[in-house]
Design a protein around this ligand. Sequence first.
Ligand code: C2O
Ligand code: CU
Length: 462
Amino acid sequence: MIRRDFLLRSASAAAVLPLPRAGRALTPQFDEFKAQVSAVQLAPPPYPKTEIWGYDGMMPGPELRIAQGARVQRKLLNALPQASSVHWHGIRIDNAMDGVAGLTQAAVEPGESFDYDFVVPDAGTYWYHAHARSFEQVARGLYGALIVEEAEAPEVDREEVLILDDWLLDPETAQINPDFTSAHSRSHAGRMGNFVATNGQYGLAIDVRQNERLRLRLINAANARIFVVDIAGMEGWTIALDGMPLAQPQRLGEPLILGPGQRADLIVDVTADSGETAHLVRLDNGEGMSQVALTVTGRASAVRRDDPPALPSNANMDVPGLDNAVPVRLNIEGGAMGRMQSAVLNGERKSFRDLVDENEYWALNGTVGMPDAPLAGLALGQTVKLEISNDTSFPHAMHLHGMHFREIGEDATLGPLRDTITMFRGETRTVVFVADNPGDWLFHCHMLSHAAAGMMTWMRVT
Ligand code: C2O
Ligand code: CU
């Protein structure tokens, strides 16, 4: 741990120096991290430990915390029985470092390694996770937080990173259910867990004091579950979504939907009295079950404070006029209780019934799975208007790699920058972005069983 802290600090100290991207003569100081099988106490005793796949034997993986503009150098050592890769979710990254096995790099075979080397342009809450057989590898625990700190952060008493997840465990042995390709999870709402944990802990409770101000960084790492942020015993604001600051802090009133892959930064002031419990997150099934509890143990000396200021914005990411935007359409079809009749799989048209036999269920613009041709070939700098229709009976969390987009609201105003949009059944939503990052970028459902069963495409920016 000491060694890691030291290396992270030296990595951020290096950030103030101009870093030549090519031809640098520095000896790379790659901090290693190892994807490996380990055992952690997920379910409380008397349950035994659960065998997971994690980074450095930890659940969640080590938190990477660096300064905005710093360079990250991590050597992935693959000690798993399967090929793997690491995706740095939400980072506007160099395409070669995006970690998509089969698109931006070859999967790293067991016993091999890969050097990830990139700069983080934006401050905010990001995360990293496996991106080879992610429906299995993320479900086994291969993820962690990637926190990029602002040069000037808002004043809070403390900060907590909260990674939300649900695990599908055998109720007797507390071991991970190994049926990662179940027809039901692929064709319905995805792999839903029966054991909800935060930072790998069941029923996480944090001791706080009344009037304390916390910054909470929420990350939804679940395979398919939508979490609902619904506070009680505290008041607060959303200050960033998917890493990107909101222009103005938004007071938490309506429950905030957090689909798989999405993040939210909150500032909350604890209002509950000493001895009471404040609640933060519930499940999407309406049960109101609290997943993160803040136990109030006393009163902070400070009295209630003023509303927090907005975070400093990241690089200028304004969307210019939409008049010259290239229109792109994406239609999501298929799944159980859908109306898709047929779709193309590996160049062949198949009936839905035949697709079911192959355990494939979802089509994007009529094609099941990764197409040879990109959904859109975009010129660098072009503005893109992407209209997405969810013509299925399930919600989907559509995630674009490498770039953030804004949703065009009903009143034509632009919403906050996001990298993932959670869409409910029957919805059509339109997002706009500037294709300012060259490369091949995956665009897929972050309900990982859906992605594996067809909901995957890509865009090329040249
Ligand atoms: Cu967070 Cu393609 O994924
Ligand atoms: Cu989906």
